[in-house]
Design a protein around this ligand. Structure first.
Ligand code: SF4
Length: 394
């Protein structure tokens, strides 16, 4: 039987929250995508916007806060393709956030945009509504690579989106690129990196293509006899790109992310530093006061539940003490600054040296992990094999 939405025990407000808004619509489905998304359905999108604003406005009551009591200092529209929203829809969602939360002056407000839906009037409209950071899903500056990935934008649109962001007044722009694509050589990958650097974004995210088991891209690769470059090339792609970005004045602060000083993603830092955030919209995840939950994923189910006042939560569980420190360690090690052994001991009473020092030693000897004072971190080479190192703590 469907459960009515319940109130949470009043969650203690410790540090400013992050607010995540999931927009589950895309104009086409990319051949590698494993995110929570579906094809754009206009009428459903209208009902989604009503539902997500209602969910946000209902948050204070749900968590036992007064409207405007809980401070939020980051808002992130992710997807899916948030740039498929209309300007006024973005404004309405932000207005709901400002009613329900005390959105800090100077809060970082990011919206993910795809190049094909980032026209200047849209960008100007969302900038006027308060969005101050744009994250553009470029993925590649090579047309053949975009086609192989099933992306619907072209290279010219990607360049125009970056120029348009500047014209609309964005001074904080991030750009996503993907490496280790089918048939991609190291030199071709570096062409995309160089073009990205030439456009001068404040932030870049570099991801390695991951092929999940039933990805349509796998079939397309088999049909066309495309292959991925060897693993050694993946390492070279990563290390060479990071070295070029160092030279260009970017600072790597996380396994996949570099930024100009001070332009790190404040929202994503909450995920990596044991922070708290509330996710709104279908499939959005939340972590608050040691409790984690996920909203139902299907947009029509989500909309119907909001309208009927039914619970949206699935997979709600309180993290155990062990899960909390494990996550703090694993997420902390994603950061270039690494994690503080003393902070983990103080917060969770876990002596990492005593428990894991011996197991980490071979990684230290191999130059994959290093210790500097109280901090342990992955070296750049270690970041390439992060999963192997992190397994020590699980
Ligand atoms: S645009 Fe992004 S979310 Fe949508 S299908 Fe492509 S990769 Fe997935």
């Amino acid at each position: 039987m469907a459960r009515r939405a319940r109130r949470h025990v009043r969650a203690r407000l410790v540090a400013p929250l992050g607010l995540y808004i999931h927009v589950p619509f895309c104009s086409a489905i990319c051949a590698y995508c494993n995110f929570s998304r579906g094809l754009l359905d206009g009428p459903l999108k209208l009902r989604y916007v009503e539902a997500v604003t209602a969910e946000i406005r209902g948050a204070p009551d749900r968590f036992g806060w007064r409207p405007g009591e809980a401070r939020a200092d980051t808002i992130f529209f992710g997807g899916g393709t948030p740039s498929l929203l209309e300007r006024h829809e973005v404004a309405a969602i932000l207005a709901a956030c400002r009613t329900a939360f005390d959105v800090a002056p100077g809060a970082e407000i990011t919206l993910e945009a795809n190049p094909e839906s980032a026209a200047i009037p849209f960008l100007e409209g969302i900038r006027a509504a308060g969005v101050n950071r744009l994250s553009v899903g470029v993925q590649s500056f090579r047309q053949a690579e975009l086609r192989r990935l099933g992306r619907i934008h072209d290279v010219a649109q990607a360049r125009r989106a970056l120029a348009g962001a500047r014209e609309a007044g964005f001074d904080n722009v991030s750009l996503d690129l993907m490496m280790w694509l089918p048939e991609q050589t190291v030199a071709q990958w570096l062409e995309s990196v160089d073009e990205a650097v030439g456009l001068g974004p404040e932030h870049l995210s570099l991801y390695m293509l991951e092929l999940y088991p039933n990805a349509p891209l796998r079939e397309a690769m088999a049909r066309a006899h495309w292959s991925l470059a060897p693993d050694d090339d993946a390492a070279e792609m990563y290390e060479t790109a990071m070295a070029r970005l160092d030279t260009a004045g970017y600072r790597q602060y996380e396994i996949s992310n570099v930024a100009r000083p001070g332009r790190e993603s404040r929202h994503n830092m909450k995920y990596w530093t044991d922070g708290e955030w509330i996710g709104f919209g279908p499939g959005a995840h939340s972590t608050l006061a040691g409790v984690r939950w996920k909203n139902v994923s299907a947009p029509d189910d989500y909309v119907a539940r909001v309208a009927a006042g039914l619970t949206l939560e699935t997979d709600r569980r309180t993290l155990t003490e062990e899960e909390r420190w494990q996550e703090a360690v694993i997420m902390g090690l994603r950061l270039q600054a690494g994690m503080s052994v003393g902070a983990i001991a103080a917060q969770y009473g876990v002596d990492l040296d005593a428990r894991f020092g011996a197991e980490l030693q071979p990684f230290r000897e191999a130059g994959l992990v290093e210790r500097e004072g109280d901090r342990v971190r992955l070296t750049r080479r270690g970041m390439l094999v992060a999963n192997e190192v992190l397994r020590v703590f699980i």
